[in-house]
Design a protein around this ligand. Structure first.
Ligand SMILES: Cc1cc2nc3c(=O)[nH]c(=O)nc-3n(C[C@H](O)[C@H](O)[C@H](O)COP(=O)(O)O)c2cc1C
Length: 157
């Protein structure tokens, strides 16, 4: 996505839209090792990571998770699944008693089974099952999906 001449990730764009509507803080899950810029290399690297169920080290950490009750968790679908760094992220924190609200940007898989996976990994969290799936082609006009969804799940009126 190009916004005001700057390149923005698709998930980042939707995250910013959610934040604009409900408030809260934005946090980017970043890995220590950056992913290859070339598309084919990226596909290969991420497929290998998935094959070995890798836990890529994270470069960013939340120091005060206790001050948050609700976490919108956004991610692209990679190979019909959560990107492996999301597994590292879910391993790292204790989300017991917190509400996790999943959303994704995809090119056809929608959420696939990622909400079920998050629910299994975080049995003591309240994982909202009605996650949001935005197609990459409609990210630029996703406000019309995001706002009704936020109302439906009860976070905004
Ligand atoms: C390595 C890789 C694997 C992907 N696998 C899928 C997939 O299985 N299903 C799907 O719908 N989209 C898939 N996509 C498309 C991403 O979901 C899509 O590019 C997303 O919009 C990226 O968001 P971002 O710009 O925030 O990274 C894949 C993309 C990449 C780079």
């Amino acid at each position: 996505m190009i916004v005001d001449g700057k390149v923005t990730g698709n998930v980042e764009f939707v995250a910013a839209l959610i934040q604009k509507t409900v408030g809260g803080d934005l946090f980017a899950i970043k890995t220590v090792q950056t992913y290859p810029g070339g598309y084919n290399q990226l596909l290969e690297a991420t497929q290998n990571e998935q094959r070995v169920n890798a836990r890529p080290r994270l470069a960013t950490h939340i120091s005060d998770l206790q001050s948050y009750d609700t976490i919108f968790l956004g991610y692209p679908i990679w190979w019909y699944d959560l990107p492996q760094p999301l597994y590292t992220f879910l391993d790292e924190y204790n989300f017991a008693g917190k509400t996790i609200i999943p959303f994704t940007v995809h090119v056809g898989s929608r959420l696939f089974s990622t909400v079920e996976k998050i629910t299994q990994l975080e049995p003591r969290a309240n994982v909202i099952q009605d996650g949001l799936a935005i197609s990459r082609n409609s990210v630029a006009r996703s406000e019309r999906d995001v706002i009704p969804w936020l109302r439906r799940i009860g976070v905004t009126r």
